[in-house]
Design a protein around this ligand. Structure first.
Ligand code: PLP
Length: 219
């Protein structure tokens, strides 16, 4: 089951990369495992996946303890991080994709652990969504580059939800331009429904949940 779905996702990534004239190896498949048990992460690991995305610190804390044998895995936090949870988060995650304030960057740096971080950018006017405004990005880049324990990889975004893929394209193009303007290489963009468009626009990390694991249970 998971094996077939993984093959389907791999085919989609390979086809999109080929269409865009890009190498498959330049694109990381991040398996988004929120709301699924540790056993499923282990199953994905056994199929060769190594990069996993989780949204909630508390939820992942329990699962992480069951996965100590999954050597070489990297766990990405892709949900909002409250700065009062940064200590525990720094213990269980390797990559923080949702840094959106200078305060949060400094909190993570204060944990004195080498951490990879990305800046989450909010490119739409939707009020509820987290992320730094594009205008705030240059100053945040400066601050993170000045943090001795943080390594800045690039930018992450989540466009407004749509059932179609094409409406995401202008947001992905904007994220890429913003990364170029700030000398950043990694672009975390694209989910199950719009990964092809994201890869065409330069995504280096696609975050895939549903297409691999099926629908999540409602909270
Ligand atoms: C849940 C989630 C995903 C995965 O979305 P799917 O549509 O299930 O592939 C990707 N990115 C973020 C930030 C998420 O919260």
């Amino acid at each position: 089951m998971l094996k077939e779905k993984l093959e389907q996702v791999e085919t989609r990534i390979a086809n999109a990369a080929a269409r865009a004239g890009r190498q498959r190896s330049d694109i990381t498949l991040l398996a988004v495992t929120k709301k699924f048990p540790a056993a499923l992460i282990r199953e994905a690991y056994q199929l060769g996946l190594r990069e996993f995305g989780e949204n909630y610190v508390q939820e992942f804390e329990g699962k992480r303890a069951e996965l100590t044998d999954c050597e070489g895995s990297r766990f990405h936090l892709i949900g909002h991080l409250q700065s009062n949870k940064s200590k525990i988060a720094a213990e269980i995650f390797d990559v923080f994709q949702t840094v959106d304030t200078q305060k949060l960057a400094r909190r993570l740096d204060a944990e004195q652990k080498p951490l990879d971080v990305m800046i989450e950018v909010k490119l739409s006017a939707e009020e509820a969504k987290a992320g730094a405004a594009p205008g705030e990005v240059p100053a945040l880049v400066e601050v993170i580059r000045g943090c001795p324990h943080l390594r800045l990889l690039g930018l992450m975004t989540m466009p407004p939800w749509s059932d179609d893929a094409e409406p995401s394209r202008p947001y992905f193009a904007k994220l890429r331009a913003l990364a170029d303007a700030n000398g950043l290489k990694q672009l975390s963009m694209g989910m199950s429904h719009d990964l092809e468009v994201a890869i065409e626009e330069g995504a280096t990390i696609v975050r895939i949940g549903t297409a691999l694991f099926g629908p999540r249970k409602k909270a």
